[in-house]
Ligand binder design. Sequence first.
Ligand SMILES: [Zn+2]
Ligand SMILES: [Zn+2]
Length: 262
Amino acid sequence: MPTPHRLLEIVAIAAFALLDVGLMARVAVAATTTASWCLVAVAVLTAYLVADFASGFVHWMFDRYFSVRTAIVGENFVKPFREHHVDPKGICRHDFVETNGNNCIGTVPILAAVHLLPLPPDDWLWLCVAAGTAAMMIFVFCTNQFHAWAHATRLPWYIARLQGAWLILNKRHHDIHHTAPFDRYYCITTGWLNPLLHRVRFFPLTERLIFQLTGVRAGRDDAAYAGLDPALYAAALRRAEVEEAEEALGREIPVGDGKAPQ
Ligand SMILES: [Zn+2]
Ligand SMILES: [Zn+2]
């Protein structure tokens, strides 16, 4: 018997498909000139960047605030991120609903709101907002799949090409997020914005501002979630890194006991 949250995810995926295809059809009907199609192209490119930023912002929020015990969001939104840090390859075992359901729950109200905008369809502002929103919601929908591919050991050649050209989240780039001190490179659609956000210290400065305004300090409780003390948790992460390297190499890596050879 599916849980209420899984049922909500299934309904949200169906609603997302209907609303997004409907919005794209309205854009196609409204864009009648070359100029309007150029506007649509600019809106789609901008949407890719905004989706990358949104993926980073939501990921950062659930990494650094709340806990798995927080009401409503804890079990269904915070826990997947905690699980992902402890078991990064777990995301590759998720089915279609688990991979995409949560994202659709977030995108459906936005798509519905844009459908209801009180603007005439021949208005250029409506065209920009509608094309940008329809594209952005598709990119948000793709985000968890791009993220899962960044953790996969084997990929179809065309996905590997997209990663190699950095048109979608790149594995080596995303590995930085899973490496100590685990507090950077949150964007997981393409990761294009990560170097810039890191350079301008966007997330640390936002955390400082939130602390000054509310007194709430940012932090992660992955170790607590995994039921491990921080030292054991760090050892588990190192073991996971070795296992990943072994899987890629196809052979066991001999791990010493740390003592110098006699
Ligand atoms: Zn994270
Ligand atoms: Zn990851």
